[in-house]
Design a protein around this ligand. Sequence first.
Ligand code: ADP
Ligand code: MG
Length: 459
Amino acid sequence: MRIWQEFLNIVREESGSPLVETWFKAVELKKWDTIEKIAYLQAPNAFVQEWIINHYMHLFIRHLGRLLNESSLSIKFVQENNVPLPMANSLSPLRPAQLYEAPAGRKISPQKVAKIYPNPRDPLNNNYLFENFIVGPSNELAYAAAYAITENPGKLYNPLFIYGGSGLGKTHLLHAIGNTIKQKIKKVRIVYQSADRFIQEFINAIRFNRIYQFETKYKDVDILLVDDIQFISHKEQTQEAFFHIFNTLYQSQKQIVVSSDSMPKDIVGLADRMRSRLDGGLIADIQPPSLETRIAILKKKAENHQISLSDTIAHTIACAAYLNIRELEGALIRIIAFTTLTHQEITIDLVKKILTQAPPEHKKNFDLPLIAQHISRHFSYSLEELRSSNRNKKLTLARHIAMYFMKKHTECSLREIGTFFARRDHSTVIHAFEKIEAAKKKDKSLCEKLSRLEEEMQF
Ligand code: ADP
Ligand code: MG
């Protein structure tokens, strides 16, 4: 349902994407009863359902109500075919309600809502600071560069271009830059904007004849932070507008910081002149964190919740959630939430159980290690060897087969798959896939081997 997507976008913007990734993405809006004014939602398990009801009901009332144009709607949780929810029976002491009703507007007044949420017009998220950004080999360059420009905005590296995969801390760093400069320099004008919002704003400016206001907003700043610039690809007119803003700011030595999921040269559909501008400053990458960094991040984040994690437990979580820090945070929050709610100790068994009950969006990420594990075992290599850059012939074949299955049987992007394998880029994955496809045509025994492997893995 479009409305649901719209709702997720609003919550993501207002409260941050970890919240959406952790809780809301697994929920579905099943039905909207216009007569009774009830929105029927379905959660993957009773735990998620209860957590949402206890913590986020006001978000539904506020935003879903607005999107459905209904100020007094009720929310009801339903279950699929009345099948009892797994967690309600096995792990959680929650009562296995068939229908959980949460009447609207009763508990939360608008004043309270206003208190919980910062002013959405203030673009900077106060939680994203340098102090709580954990530095390791994978992100130290980006961190150092980001920090350095706060000491000398506009003079040192301009623009600063930070790139890296999703959930690795780009947005966090952009906000940290903004927050720090805001503290240091009085009356500094900072604009943070994601490129997709920038595009929307530009389109609206054209539609409603507000180009002048639009340009003034951006040309009149001291610090411009643009997140996820890759969204601007193939948007020629927006690129042109951005190009002019960029030049104006650059010429008057205003600091520009841009983030992206890839290097300027790899952003397709970007005009050459824009590309060379983005290339002209400092380019800093953020790589997926190593196991040690993931463990450090987990321990630090757990500490913030007044929880101390043993080495083994931190290790177990860090191994299961390896792709990015957002996923890592999501896993930790679910574990903490679950154990707190059920008054249980955090044990290895419980952690494993909770992590395998991740919402479907997370599951696709679990497929990569599963496939890798299976293939490495089959070819008698360790997982590390499979993911390494060792080019031994037999090992390379095993690696190519793993990439082939990952592309064929998971929804992971080429980039995610490449990242899994010692940071190889997406072209390596395509190359592997094509190589195996071609080999299959010629080599009957390989064909059989692949089918057998597929059967074993139950694709
Ligand atoms: P991106 O913008 O690259 O997709 P985000 O900046 O949104 O990623 O980061 C995802 C989540 O992970 C955020 O909650 C952020 O605070 C957290 N995070 C990312 N990197 C770090 C880090 N090095 N230390 C602590 N938290 C981090
Ligand atoms: Mg981001």
